[in-house]
Design a protein around this ligand. Structure first.
Ligand code: CO
Length: 134
């Protein structure tokens, strides 16, 4: 069911400082911040040869990142995203297996314009997992 690792999303309390760390200390090519108002985040994309890292910063009132940063003020890994070929088949498999999907069990259009769903982190040992249809 699971394909390649699509991205690792890291919530940061200071996007500029985090971008500089990845650029200057790790020597990675870092993109410009992009506002994604529909998802309540500003994102900096870091392209790696085998996957992406996304630095997330809260945008607007009801950002899904705001709570996380309140609990983790220094920032931290927010979720990891695996690719699947068929999001509806993945959804059916998860629900049949007894896993919970966040929201109303319906895949939503994610930050890359593709259908995604998130598993309940209590069912995945504390890690928030996103599945994205490749
Ligand atoms: Co994501």
């Amino acid at each position: 069911m699971i394909g390649r690792l699509n991205h690792v999303a890291i919530a940061v309390p200071d996007l500029e400082s985090a971008s500089e760390t990845y650029r200057e200390i790790l020597g990675i090519k870092v993109g410009e911040p992009q506002d994604e108002p529909n998802h309540g985040v500003t994102v900096v994309f870091i392209e790696l040869p085998n996957t992406k890292v996304e630095l997330l910063y809260p945008l607007g009132e009801n950002s899904p990142i705001a709570n996380f940063l309140q609990k983790n003020p220094a920032g931290g890994i927010h979720h990891i995203c695996y690719e699947v070929d068929d999001i509806m088949a993945a959804k059916d498999h998860l629900l049949k297996s007894g896993a919970r999907i966040l929201g109303d069990d319906t895949p939503q259009i994610g930050a890359h314009g593709k259908p995604v769903l998130f598993l309940h982190p209590k069912d995945t040992h504390g890690s928030l997992i996103e599945l994205e249809q490749a």
